[in-house]
Design a protein around this ligand. Structure first.
Ligand SMILES: Nc1ncnc2c1ncn2[C@@H]1O[C@H](COP(=O)(O)OP(=O)(O)OP(=O)(O)O)[C@@H](O)[C@H]1O
Ligand SMILES: [Mg+2]
Length: 390
């Protein structure tokens, strides 16, 4: 039997659950987070902290939280303290009561998912932490899901620290894509959380190239053509999304293997891109501002009506103005509209390009990247109804 040759040495280095040793372009942010929690590490029973990470899809939020957990646990041990970091995905555990059940389970205490109130579970957990002399830092990943279903949850989270003076057992790390969900939260709660925010920018192409290169061990030496790596970074930089970059690279490697190529070439990256359109997640619409949604609505309406695949920014602005008027809000100025259009394009929801010279000077043309106009209008209408209710 002839062994199938592969460009991969260890493809698991590209899997989403893999926790990399190096995190290019996020070291400073990790340090900032470590400093926020320094007092907890040193003085686990007297200090408590709330911090927050905010950044777009694939910008390394969850990764940073996990690296922070590793480092804080180690550092605390040096001071003779026991700190445990618990990662909760609030899209799955949508209530504080569910979070408590998870926290207890992580300490080997099993409680049914129903039947006990949040307060009951909290008091058992506090007792348990105290008797173990343990300080628990709970990461509330995708925390907006929790706040949407329970607007007072943020208040409760930030006040956990005040339940017992002198014997602190809780800290929290909140993660979300934007701070929009904060609108529903009262000001004093916001100010107590916003002091310690680490904001992540989308990755640029050179940064994504470094991230891809840092997983080089996944491939056989020399099997990844530099031009192919560069192309993957360039494509993923449209979204600034490291997850997409790694997915593309993985897909390109599989494509090379299928074609029995000893090397990953740019064409394999292109093929992977065609298989792997970045998932249009309907919930992404929730993270857009109201004006961005109106602009998107204007683009979708115009495209749905006409038979063209592109509309000019002038047409979009006009139609956006009309939508603003019927919604009873003042339209933004041209520069802000332009910023919003760029943001939508960066998120990969729309595509922009400059027109050829034919159209009375040059203008920006806008099209939809990944979804049909009809589908988008339907989703936006749903979101707007939800907006009007809130
Ligand atoms: N700086 C980096 N260095 C190495 N790998 C990275 C870096 N940033 C992100 N990644 C990798 O990219 C993928 C996505 O990162 P992560 O899950 O942290 O994104 P996120 O910001 O939490 O995205 P989402 O909002 O979709 O949850 C993961 O596989 C992660 O390991
Ligand atoms: Mg995440």
């Amino acid at each position: 039997m002839v062994l199938q040759r592969s460009v991969f040495r260890d493809e698991s280095l590209l899997f989403p659950e893999y926790l990399p040793h190096q995190i290019p372009h996020r070291d400073a942010q990790l340090r900032a987070l470590e400093l926020y929690f320094q007092s907890v590490v040193q003085n686990a029973s007297k200090a408590s902290q709330n911090a927050m990470i905010c950044g777009p899809v694939g910008s390394g939020k969850t990764l940073l939280a996990k690296k922070l957990g590793e480092s804080l646990q180690k550092k605390a041990a040096l001071y003779g303290n026991l700190v445990k970091m618990l990662h909760i995905n609030c899209r799955i555990d949508k209530t504080l009561q569910a979070v408590m059940v998870k926290a207890l389970a992580s300490l080997g205490q099993s409680f049914p998912s129903r039947g006990y109130s949040f307060e009951e579970l909290l008091s058992v957990l506090v007792e348990e932490l105290r008797s173990n002399r343990m300080h628990m830092i709970i990461t509330f990943d995708e925390v907006d899901s929790l706040i949407v279903s329970d607007p007072s949850a943020l208040y409760t989270i930030t006040r956990l620290r005040e339940t017992e003076q002198g014997s602190q057992v809780f800290s929290s790390l909140l993660i979300s894509k934007t701070l929009d969900y904060m609108k529903a939260v009262d000001l004093s709660t916001i100010s107590s959380v916003q002091r310690n925010v680490v904001t992540l920018d989308p990755y640029s192409s050179p940064q994504l190239l470094d991230i891809i290169a840092s997983r080089g061990e996944a491939f056989v030496d020399g099997a990844f053509a530099e031009s192919a790596m560069q192309l993957a970074a360039d494509i993923a930089s449209i979204y600034g999304d490291a997850r997409y970059a790694l997915d593309l690279v993985y897909g390109a490697g599989k494509q090379a293997d299928i074609l029995e190529s000893p090397k990953i070439l740019p064409d394999h990256v292109r093929a992977a891109r065609a298989w792997l359109p970045p998932q249009f997640k309907k919930e992404e619409l929730r993270y857009l501002s109201r004006h961005q949604r109106l602009i998107l609505m204007a683009v979708s309406n115009l495209l749905k009506k006409g038979d063209s695949t592109r509309v000019t920014i002038g047409e979009v602005e006009k139609s956006y103005g009309v939508l603003c008027e019927s919604a009873g809000i003042g339209p933004n100025h041209h520069t802000q509209v332009w910023n919003d259009v760029s943001e939508l394009s960066r998120k990969g929801i729309i595509e922009t390009e400059l027109s050829g010279k034919g159209m009375r000077g040059r203008t920006t043309l806008i099209g939809l990247s990944i979804v049909s106009a009809k589908e988008l209008v339907m989703e936006l209408e749903k979101e707007m109804v939800a907006d009007a209710r809130s």
